[in-house]
Design a protein around this ligand. Structure first.
Ligand SMILES: [Zn+2]
Length: 123
């Protein structure tokens, strides 16, 4: 689990793809507010805490650590579909998890997609 937590620190995040503290979409975290630029958020300041501190980081690390076999097969399939084939599995995974995707109306990361796939029994 500790190794997977360290791994998650090296995910390469796209801009505005997550709250820096909980990694959930900025649209659902109290810490952030929308700006006049579509899809861009700014912090509400240091006096407003993130209510989900590190929740998605811990969930991602736990899935990678305790569901390793199922996760690797599913993640490899997702990365192949996205034509992410250059580099080692871990190099590609650091990129893929940080990619921005639309979930409904909200920008989210592929790490969120992994969590929902697990919740739905796909992983
Ligand atoms: Zn947050």
């Amino acid at each position: 689990m500790e190794a997977k937590m360290l791994f998650t620190h090296r995910i390469q995040w796209e801009r505005y793809v997550r709250c820096n503290y909980c990694w959930a979409p900025q649209a659902i975290c109290n810490k952030w507010q929308e700006t006049s630029t579509p899809g861009a958020y700014k912090t509400r300041g240091i006096h407003v805490p993130c209510q989900y501190d590190r929740v998605l980081q811990r969930a991602t690390a736990a899935l990678l650590a305790f569901q390793q076999g199922a996760c690797e097969a599913w993640l490899e399939q997702q990365m192949q579909r996205a034509a992410l084939v250059q580099g080692s599995y871990e190099e590609r995974l650091r990129k893929w998890l940080g990619w921005k995707v639309k979930m409904g109306q909200r920008d989210a990361s592929q790490a969120c997609v992994l969590l929902y796939a697990w919740e739905e029994g796909q992983v």
